[in-house]
Design a protein around this ligand. Structure first.
Ligand SMILES: Nc1ncnc2c1ncn2[C@@H]1O[C@H](COP(=O)(O)OP(=O)(O)OP(=O)(O)O)[C@@H](O)[C@H]1O
Ligand SMILES: [Mg+2]
Length: 631
């Protein structure tokens, strides 16, 4: 479908959702759908809940966050269960400003943006629909029209509690436009939209000298004062501050702790009493979620200031630490790369994984338990099984440092290094070594890394490098495996023929010429040496193998490659040793012979077809493993 068609369809959909009616109609609607009168906090919570909740290993997973935030399940569960859930139930926490506190680029803004975009979409659904007094710049809750003395009766009839006073502007409109007839006041369905400044707002502090409180609470409209005669006429006031516009939804308060105090005091009253003061009017009621975010240093200096005590007690702080799972970190990079312009560059398998290992290592704290090292801890945190440890050990490790994840390398740094690798290399393909090198080089330029820290990080780079070496060797061996089973069988048959001839003191027949030849002592020894069989012990070993074969034959069982553990081990080792030579020779030879070339091509093809490489990265891998084996 072309995009114009889609735009048209979307408009039609939206058109269908429109609703307008009198307050009396709205009350009728409330009877059918009482949930539309829910508070802003409750709407946010239901949005999270409606997206689906699953449970994994005792931690709740909110589907809402799943495709954009990775590895933060525990923090998100805490955020929902300790803030959104009780706030939705009108408990006191909803009167607090929600302050997300976490290290740089740990996903705080992403989280807030998801909530905003989520609310916009949710307000298009039936469960998330929102209604407001028509024409009100603050999209005031229509239920504010019900006078205070009738609210108890209303609650009895509808089961809905009303909070807040009718705003001065709507009070005046009620008198002038509707002659005081509440039931006639027009109500409409609204759709949250940050762009249209409906129900979603963002406040970002600028220069405190030039910034006006009007940005938050609106201002006098001087052009209309003459018309309405007085500054206290609500029609001469523009209710277009961020707090006004975000009414019924949410407002993001960026850099809240950097903000001038006078702004914060407005928030104080808004959060505590649910209203704020604007111009020369009575207090204006507002119902909105206020989310701010900050980092730890800023937060610490904020609370250490006695003057901030009152505010502090009105803030709920939710830590959003870094993700500590390597596999999830990998997903973060994948996501960030997909969103960027370099998404068409080939990234060799394991590249992001190795980068993620480094990153996670910088975030973890040294385990106090003696038998766990940092690498094991990383694996355990990622849910891998590590011999000798279980889930209880993981919990214990986590308890050692409840504030883990507040420092270390941030994802943005890694992505920057990856991008610069891509740009510098000028090949549309990068691998783990490129990235590790770039991460290492970048440490020198990183402003917040001390010499001591740098040394520790260098260690983590070499740890990650060692992990990669193992991965790379395995990968190449795996790629040889197609011919492996077959080669193993051939080699074993060959060995057994020779052993038989040796033990029977007979000769072998050359398959090609038919000539009689002596058993190949060199071949047999090259296999036996792999498992440490000495010259003196070789005879006994060979006889033992033959006895085993005849025992198998008597039982009518086939003796094969897996029938003798030590022999199998010897064959395997011999093959890998040969592979090593093959890889070594083929990769280091400037002019590989036909045989070598064929093998190399096969392996490269297999790396490409089955393991996700391209020809550049596959050849780089082979060359690297070749150099490792040459050491
Ligand atoms: N746990 C995570 N899951 C998914 N993406 C993440 C995660 N942590 C960070 N990111 C990604 O890292 C980038 C930076 O994150 P974001 O801007 O949300 O961080 P922030 O906490 O607001 O940082 P700052 O303190 O610098 O404002 C984004 O692209 C974000 O998607
Ligand atoms: Mg941010």
């Amino acid at each position: 479908m072309d995009i114009l068609k889609k735009i048209e369809m979307f408009r039609e959909e939206e058109e269908k959702l429109r609703w307008e009616g009198s307050f009396a109609d709205y009350l009728q609607l409330l009877k059918e759908k009482p949930w539309v009168a829910q508070s802003a906090h409750s709407r946010v919570y239901n949005m999270l809940k409606d997206a689906g909740i699953t449970e994994e290993k005792g931690t709740k997973k909110y589907e809402f966050f799943c495709n954009q935030l990775f590895g933060l399940e525990e923090s998100l569960e805490r955020l929902v269960e300790e803030y959104f859930h009780p706030a939705a139930k009108r408990l006191d926490v909803r009167k607090r400003i929600l302050l997300l506190m976490g290290p740089v680029s740990g996903g705080k803004s992403t989280l807030v943006t998801m909530l905003k975009r989520g609310l916009e979409a949710y307000s298009l659904t039936d469960r998330g629909s929102v209604f407001a007094i028509k024409g009100c710049p603050m999209h005031e809750d229509p239920l504010h029209l019900i006078p205070h003395h009738l609210r108890k009766d209303f609650h009895e009839e509808y089961g809905i509690r009303i909070e807040g006073n009718l705003s001065p502007l709507n009070m005046m409109r009620l008198e002038q436009e509707y002659g005081g007839r509440i039931e006639d006041v027009l109500v409409e369905r609204i759709f949250f939209s940050e762009d249209k400044r409906t129900g979603i707002g963002t406040f970002s502090p600028s220069d405190p000298k030039s910034q006006d409180i009007a940005d938050l609470t609106g201002s006098i409209d001087f052009s209309t004062i003459a018309e309405f005669g007085s500054e206290s006429d609500p029609r001469a006031y523009r209710f277009d501050g961020e707090l006004n516009k975000a009414n019924r939804g949410m407002m993001e308060f960026q850099e809240m702790l950097k903000c001038d105090e006078k702004f914060l005091w407005h928030l104080l009253s808004l959060t505590q009493e649910g209203n704020f003061k604007a111009g020369r009017f009575a207090l204006i009621s507002a119902d909105e979620l206020i989310v701010a975010h900050t980092n730890e240093t800023e937060y610490r200096s904020f609370i250490s200031n006695k003057k901030n005590e009152a505010l502090h007690s009105r803030i709920i702080v939710m830590p959003i630490p870094y993700n500590l799972k390597a596999s999830q970190e990998e997903r973060i990079y994948e996501k960030m790369i997909n969103e960027s312009d370099v998404s068409d560059v080939h990234i060799a398998p394991h590249t992001l994984k190795v980068a993620a290992m480094f990153t996670i290592l910088t975030r973890l704290k040294e385990p106090k338990k003696g038998d766990v090292d940092l690498l094991k801890k990383m694996r355990l945190y990622d849910g891998e099984s590590v011999e000798g440890f279980n889930m209880a050990d993981v919990d214990e490790l986590k308890k050692e440092y409840p504030d883990e994840g507040m420092s270390g390398i941030d994802p943005r740094y890694v992505i920057n290094r990856i991008s610069s690798t891509i740009i510098r290399k000028e090949v549309p393909s990068i691998n783990a070594l490129d990235v590790l090198r770039s991460l290492k080089d970048g440490l020198d330029q990183h402003p917040s890394i001390t010499a001591e820290l740098r040394e520790r990080y260098m260690n983590y780079i070499s740890l990650a490098r060692k992990e990669y070496d193992n991965i790379a060797k395995n990968e190449v061996q795996k790629a040889f495996v197609y011919s492996y089973e077959e080669s193993a069988k051939t080699l074993m048959d060959n060995y057994l023929d020779n052993v038989e001839a040796y033990c029977n003191k007979s000769k072998l027949r050359d398959q090609l010429t038919g000539e009689e030849i002596n058993p190949d002592e060199k071949l047999m020894r090259s296999i036996e040496e792999q498992i440490g069989i000495s010259e003196n012990a070789k005879k006994a070993f060979r006889e033992e193998v033959l006895i085993r074969i005849s025992a198998f034959a008597r039982k009518g069982k086939r003796f094969d490659y897996n029938s003798h553990d030590r022999l199998r081990e010897a064959i395997q080792k011999k093959l890998f040793a040969d592979l090593k030579d093959v890889v070594k020779i083929t990769t280091s030879s400037k002019t590989p012979d036909e045989q070598q070339l064929k093998k190399i091509n096969n392996v490269v093809a297999r790396l490409i077809d089955e393991h996700g490489y391209n020809s550049t990265s596959a050849n780089e891998l082979l060359r690297y493993v070749g150099s490792l084996l040459n050491r």
